[in-house]
Design a protein. Structure first.
Length: 270
């Protein structure tokens, strides 16, 4: 195989793009570990972890736990409800099934702000203006894509395996938990990851539903970190941003094996 060499203009263009891509991360880490951060992209004069200690202490630590609760709860509810609804859609012959799925997906194209008012009043009358209400609302918003993705993954499981298990005396619950779900774990990982990251980054619903600072997640806290005590504390802001991004990155690496298979297997069937 012949080795190809980059031309000088192409190499310069790629190097320029790399600098643009790396610069924000360099700014983030340099200010996070600089105990006297000024907001400029310079080599830190004094290294320390004081900014991280401040970012995980007090209100920030509570917000981190709130974010974990909301994101993990939303992802789990989305997967459980989505799998329970997607399996019948995959196995039963229903007239208008695909039209129903795509109608739900098209409705989901509406921005969440467009359905914020009815969601708020529904949660208010149900007594769900809290973190659990945020999880339910986000799970409902995730449901169309969850149904579509999981149905497509369940479609790839050979029906012959289920029929053989049924002949051997297995119940429906045993077939689903012992055959269908294990063979669809890549799809479940994809859905769980997207639901987790979407809920982790959600700002508006937690702000409106929680209403009190004790229930705010880190996405709301990050907004507040821009103006702590009337001025921007760049070191605290940078450390807070790194801690805020860490769980989503960590979840990806934990699920990356199934995620890679899941992305390769994602397809939309008519």
């Amino acid at each position: 195989m012949e080795r190809t060499t980059l031309s000088r203009p192409m190499a310069i263009a790629l190097a320029f793009m790399a600098v643009i891509w790396v610069s924000p991360f360099a700014w983030l880490f340099s200010n996070a570990f600089d105990t006297a951060a000024t907001g400029r992209l310079v080599w830190p004069q004094s290294f320390g972890i004081d900014n991280f200690i401040g970012a995980i202490g007090g209100d920030a630590g509570r917000m981190f736990l709130n974010s974990l609760l909301i994101a993990a709860g939303t992802a789990t509810i989305s997967v459980v409800v989505g799998a329970a609804a997607a399996y019948p859609l995959s196995r039963l012959r229903m007239p208008g099934k695909n039209a129903l799925l795509w109608t739900l997906v098209l409705l989901r194209m509406l921005p969440s702000v467009g359905v914020l008012v009815p969601l708020y009043f529904a949660a208010q009358r149900s007594g769900l203006l809290n973190q659990f209400g945020v999880m339910l609302a986000l799970s409902c918003l995730n449901l169309p894509f969850t149904l579509l993705l999981l149905k497509n993954f369940f479609d790839t499981v050979p029906i012959e395996l289920e029929e053989a298990a049924y002949v051997d005396g297995a119940s429906l619950w045993q077939i689903v938990t012992g055959i269908v779900l294990p063979m669809s774990r890549a799809g479940l990982a994809v859905v769980w990851f997207f639901s987790f990251t979407g809920a982790w980054n959600e700002f508006l619903l937690p702000l409106i539903f929680s209403r009190v600072e004790a229930g705010f997640p880190m996405s709301v806290g990050l907004y507040g970190a821009f103006g702590r005590m009337g001025a921007i504390d760049y070191g605290f802001l940078a450390a807070f941003s790194i801690i805020y991004a860490a769980p989503a990155v960590g979840v990806y690496f934990l699920l990356r094996r199934n995620m890679n298979t899941g992305f390769a297997g994602v397809g939309v069937k008519g």
